[in-house]
Structures are given as structure tokens and as C-alpha cells.
Design a protein. Sequence first.
Length: 423
Amino acid sequence: MLSYKAKILLFFSLLMVSSAAAQQIVDRIVAVVDDEIILQSELQQALQLEISQRPATAAQKEQLRKQLLEAMINDKVLLIKAKRDSIVVTEKEVDDALQEQLDKIKDQMGSEQEYEKLLAREGMTERELRRRYRVQIRNYLLKQKVMASLGSQIVISYKDVVDFYHTHIDSLPLRPQMVNLSQIFLRLPNHEDESYQKLSELLQRVRQGEDFAQLAKKYSEDPGSAELGGDLGFFSPGTMLPEFEKAAFSLKLGEVSDVVRTSAGYHIIKLEEKKGDRIRVRHILIRVGPTTADVRAAAAKLETLRTRALNGENFSELAQRYSMDSQSAGQGGLLGWFSVDQLPPAFKQAISKLKVGQISSPIRTDSGMCILRLNENQPQRPLELEKDRDLLENMLRQEKLRQAFDRMIDSLKRQIYIDIRDE
């Protein structure tokens, strides 16, 4: 099975080849769902991703192909259901989910530099990745909302849980390994004011007559466009972040925007050309976030606190005094119980090296850095009715949700035109 990092590499490659594949081979429609189509290239791309994770024989590939097509049809049906029910996903929800996914990719790649190298190797900018990934994210969120609505109708009693336990007792999975953790967390500065001030000064220099492209080359922190003088090329509405687009499409030719804040940082934008509903702009980006010096300073402070705890000082007291996470600091740094499989990769890796009572080296998180103390470690074991009632109830809920989903899909399929042509 591929590592998560290898899956990312394959995901990038598939994004790059998916559009090219349709140009190199004679594509065809393999299914029609209402007024939506599924192409052979889309099915082949999904199949390639699956078999990269679990090698299969020719017969298994054919069976997997049929299963994937069925799943893709169900996805289309689910999106039709969302449309019929007037379910809406906001631009902010898409932006937040997209940023979360990109942050996860960056985290798995190990550093911002490795992430940018990957983009460069694939000949892709983050803007292009966002554009290609955006539709997938929106559809995913729509489907999640349909499933959430379906799940809200499921009611489970204690008797249901008891019956489920005794019916499935011989086939229930083991309870996963659980760990109890405490932390000391340090928040990293994002330099919001400094970034805004720096870009405001650059805006002033542009308005005093300095060349926008030259300033972008020298100061912009967008690696995909800085060397091009901030040139982003032509794009249509729905491609960029909403705040960026709102400012860009409101400009007149040659005009430069005020400072614009997006999830990427602070921008100033210059409109260069306009063709129909497409525009070409340059921008200068100053990112908001910690510097390398900030990260080093936080790591050094955490290492000092770790050493003090290892030399006998009380970890809980140190957490109460120094941790910047107010919720856990108030409990002496206690985070509580977690399934090891559900921990962030960096936490999981750190915990794997610890014995009970030991403290990790500093770990980078989305919003700062921390050290973890392993308080307790419970190995996996058979599930027990009373001890694991919440887990059993959740398993039963998922089973009932699958059954309700199948009934809903079957019902919708009888109402929707579906033509399968993958023969």
C-alpha cells in the first residue's frame, strides 16, 4: 500500500494527466445520470488511483471498475438530491475546506519548501491546484450535507445497541489502541500587522510611480508568480479566492487595488487586460504567518520546558504556567483520550516513540508548536458492551446510515434517467 506522501504524489500526477488524457485518447461517455455525464477518462483516473493502493488481477480490476462506476453514479445522484433539496455550500465553506486540505498536503510533505518543489515538478501553481480541486471540494461538502440530513433522522435506543452487540459479537473489530495525552502549547505569531504594513508601503511606492512588476519580482511571496512580475495570467470568475476576485473584477484597466486580505495573506492587485468575462492581473502577496526565527525560538523554549520536566518539575504545573492553549492549560495540559489511528500524523509519529510518562520533542502544529506527555497507553482489545457503549452506538449508527443511504439512492434512481454505456 502506498504511503500518504506517495498518494499525494499520485494525486498531483493524476490532476496533471486527467485533462491531457482526454486529448490523447478518444474519450467516451460511460454513463449518463439525468443531465450529467461520466467520462471514460474520469473512471480510468479513479481506477488508477485505487489499484495504486491495492494491486489487483485483471478480473479484480474489472470488478473494481464496475464498483467505481456504481459509486460515481451514486455520487451524481446524491448531488441531484442536494440540488432538489436546495442545499447550499457557501464560498467560505469551500475556501475553508480547500485550505484545510492544502494544509494537510503541506504537512504531509514535511515543509512549505517541499510542497512548492512538488508543485514546480508537476508544472503547477497553487492557484491552478486550487482551481482544479475546488469543484471536487464543493461536491464533497454538498454530499456531506445530504448525509448529515439523512443521519439526523436516525434514532438509536439502548436496546438497539445491546441487540447489535450480541448479534455481531463474533465479528466486531478490536477496540483501537487509545492514548491519554497532555501538552504544553506555544502559539506562533502570525505577524498580521507587520505584513499589512509592509504591503501598504509597497502600495504607496506603486502609486508614486514605481514599476508594479519589478516590485512583485523583488517582494512578492507567491512563488508561482513572483518571477513573472506577479502575473497570474487570464482567469474567469470562480477561479480565485472570493475576496481576491471581488477586488480584481472591480478594477479598471491599469488600476491598482487597495490592500486585500485573503486566507493566503495580503495582496495588492493590478488589472492588466480584460477579454470578455476573463481578466489578467498582476499581484503582490505578503503572507501572514510565523517566520523561521519564530519557529526556532518556540522550539527552543519548549525544549527548555521539556528538560525542566524531565529533571523533576511537575509537567502539569509547567503547562498551567506556560501553555498558551487556555482550555488544556486550565487542566494542567490534559488533552484526554484519543484513538492512535485518529491522531494527526505528527502526533502519531511522536507518540510511537514514547513510553508512559515520557515527553516528546517539540512538534509543529497548524497554529503553533507543542510537546506531548504520554499519560496512559491502552492496547487494542475486544469491545465490551458497557465500557464501549458509545463506540458501539456509533458503529450501529453508521450501519443504519448505510442502509438509509442505499434505500434513498434506490428510490432516487427510479426517478432519475440513468443510462450506463460501459459495456
